[in-house]
Design a binder for this molecule. Structure first.
Ligand SMILES: [Zn+2]
Length: 470
């Protein structure tokens, strides 16, 4: 009896204790500056209570953290950050604190909390984007670049008069260039996509090498190599250490009217012995489920299929059109992936015996042939060492460049410069002779023999001859 009473008393006592909630620890902020947005990530040790609001004149964004403590210092934004001028921290009372962002341009903040994943705990993410669609961002980008230019001009102490002359020259150059462009055959556009970036580091190696960093280096090398190739115009989807959503990567490729999209990654596996490069294309399963998604997304679906605006058509026809376009794209993806795979195989160890298929979101453009290259297993100690070395990065970039170039030499897009210089192919049908073919293409018999390594006159039906450009 007595014991029972004692227990009851104890319970009462326990429940009457004031409940002191443990305050959250905010572990500073990471800031990523992209050409069209800025992202702030506050790392927190648990779920966080917060409140944000804006103040005008000057533009500010206020973030109030409830029952939280700030550990360490807050990082400062980069000088060229488009949206954030500065950020300040202040204690509000014993348990709360406030962060104030001084903003450079009008922007639309998006705030959300990410639950723990991989190496991260809870994160409070604030994305600042230009107001209005890309135009807003472009305006902001222009504002900054003009600022940069004026700073540059100051550094070089160029007089305003000289600046005006320079500006005039650039304008006339631009006009001349656009006239020239219209008369010229077009370049083949290759969108090079360095995977991950910003607060998404991707996989990491045993000594801490980050996928996002090494793939950026390889992507830049591939970009430099393709830039040197006549008839090619490479573009990078990501130009620095910031994150771009997967759909946005595809959008960037389509905005540049890319003929090819190459996403560069480094693999990781729990078994550290696994090694080798691999090449992926989209699996048909991934593609078919995505077709519906594209259809739903009117903005993206417009103009997808060779200029046919999908919203004009009923859904059934639209789905057939999209399917046709996707099938062609998937076939092209497979051929180019195979060409890249062959080059990688010549280069060293590959993982898997052929091009592999998977439902990668980033490969789902229905109208741009796309492939994904896993350059090596970053989780394998010796491959991590490889990935760190400049010579290996160059080797990978070179192999990819060769694979891409070989593919386009075989199937140059109509209207491209390459289409005019790529050697033609002729498949032998029954009854044809070598001298007839030489005559038909107006090349000498000797050149035709030399190009194809033929000694006599013997031809096989189905044999493919390379016709040199005269
Ligand atoms: Zn990756």
């Amino acid at each position: 009896m007595l014991i029972k009473k004692a227990i009851a008393f104890l319970f009462l006592f326990l429940f009457s204790l004031p409940i002191v909630a443990k305050s959250s620890l905010v572990d500073g902020v990471r800031i990523w500056s992209a050409p069209d947005h800025s992202r702030l990530v506050f790392d927190v040790d648990g779920p966080i209570k917060y409140n944000t609001f804006r103040l005008g004149k000057p533009e500010r964004l206020v973030i109030d953290f409830k029952n939280a403590k700030l550990r360490g210092k807050l990082a400062k934004p980069a000088d060229n950050d488009l949206f954030i001028e500065d950020l300040r921290f202040a204690k509000r009372n014993k348990s709360d604190f406030r962060v104030v962002l001084d903003l450079k341009n009008k922007s639309k903040p998006k705030t959300f909390v990410l639950e723990p994943s991989q190496q991260y705990k809870y994160r409070l993410v604030i994305d600042l984007e230009g107001i209005g669609t890309p135009a807003g961002a472009n305006k902001a980008a222009k504002a900054v670049s003009t600022k940069k230019q004026s700073v540059k001009a100051k550094q070089h102490s160029v007089s305003p008069k000289k600046q005006a002359v320079v500006a005039k020259k650039t304008t006339s150059k631009k006009i001349a260039k656009s006239v020239k462009d219209r008369n010229q055959l077009r370049d083949i556009v290759v969108a090079i996509d360095a995977g991950h970036g910003g607060d998404d580091p991707g996989a990491s190696g045993p000594t801490g090498l980050k996928e996002k960093a090494v793939v950026m280096k390889i992507a830049r090398k591939l970009h430099a190599l393709l830039k040197k190739e006549k008839g090619f115009k490479p573009v990078l989807t990501r130009q620095g250490d910031y994150y771009i959503g997967l759909r946005n990567r595809m959008k960037i490729a389509r905005k540049h009217k890319a003929d090819l999209f190459v996403s560069i990654h480094a693999d990781a596996f729990k078994d550290r012995r696994v090694r080798g490069a691999s090449v992926y294309v989209l699996s048909s399963r991934g593609a078919s489920s995505e077709a519906a998604r594209w259809l739903a997304d009117k903005e993206n679906a417009a103009d997808l299929v060779g200029g046919v605006k999908l919203e004009d058509k009923d859904d059934m026809l639209a789905s057939v059109l999209l399917d046709l376009s996707q099938t062609a794209t998937r076939q092209a993806s497979m051929v180019v992936a195979d060409s890249v795979y062959k080059q990688l195989k010549r280069n060293g160890k590959t993982h898997g015996r052929r091009v592999q298929k998977a439902g990668f979101m980033v490969l789902k453009s229905p109208d741009v042939p796309s492939l994904l290259v896993e350059t090596a297993f970053i989780s394998n100690p010796s491959e991590e060492r490889n990935l760190k070395s400049t010579s290996y990065q160059k080797k990978m970039a070179k192999a990819m460049m060769m694979g891409i170039k070989n593919y386009f030499l075989q199937s140059p897009p109509p209207g491209s410069w390459l289409a005019t210089v790529a050697p033609k192919k002729h498949t032998i049908v029954s009854g044809e002779t070598l001298s007839e073919i030489a005559q038909q293409y107006r090349v000498s018999l000797t050149t035709l023999r030399r190009t194809n390594g033929i000694k006599g006159n013997h031809l096989r039906v189905g044999q493919v001859l390379t016709i040199p450009r005269s």
